[in-house]
Write a protein that binds this ligand. Sequence first.
Ligand code: ADE
Length: 247
Amino acid sequence: MNIGIITLFPEMFTALEASISGRAIRNKIITLQCWQLRDFATDKHKTVDDKPYGGGPGMLMKVSPLLAAITTAKQQLGPNTKTIYLSPQGKTFTQQAAQKLAAQKSLLFIAGRYEGIDERLIESTIDEEWSIGDYVLTGGELAAMVMIDAMVRLLPGALGDAESAEQDSFSQSLLDYPHYTRPEEINGLKVPVVLLSGDHAAIARWRRQQALGRTWQRRPELLSQLKLSAEDQQLLNDFIKELSPPP
Ligand code: ADE
């Protein structure tokens, strides 16, 4: 997958050279290329912001450098590149969106700064507008990195066997079950006995029940989107029963 980013802060993206995305770059699973928006400004002050029509506080990103940068980036990345703009007004990014975008050959991220970009640019040059959550960042760079990180780990070969993405939280619209490692006791808290039993079927059942139960407790709206099997429903009923004190 070829990934391009138009940004005023390309140095932020060096963070992606670490860890799993870094390994994906070195193994040529992805290519990553930044375009510095300021390089496309044509005046002697290298202006990249402009005043909003109608007045009000804040500035917008200047249109001509952005258009020039998008044209250059798309020429390099190819005509089938999907162009993504990051802003709090976008659709909320999810694991499902990560899976869908991970199937693309080529993506171009536009990291907004200031109050954003001209609406006509969104209409004419942007394919998808995404937000990473209901809060306001100082720019789209961190949002682009979050999306890239979530997508890259889904690409074939990006994770080692020990890091498989199949068991991820959300991959089946459920939260993950709790995990335990050595020692068997920490501050008086013991590892659930079933995990020490060696009974793989019982362990799988317990983990499924915990995933269902925790989703029910913490993110009930995720659970209501699912059609549970009779077996899952029974596991969840038992989980809930164990929580409520006996009469
Ligand atoms: N830019 C500023 N805030 C953002 C957010 N929450 N998601 C994506 N891009 C942003």
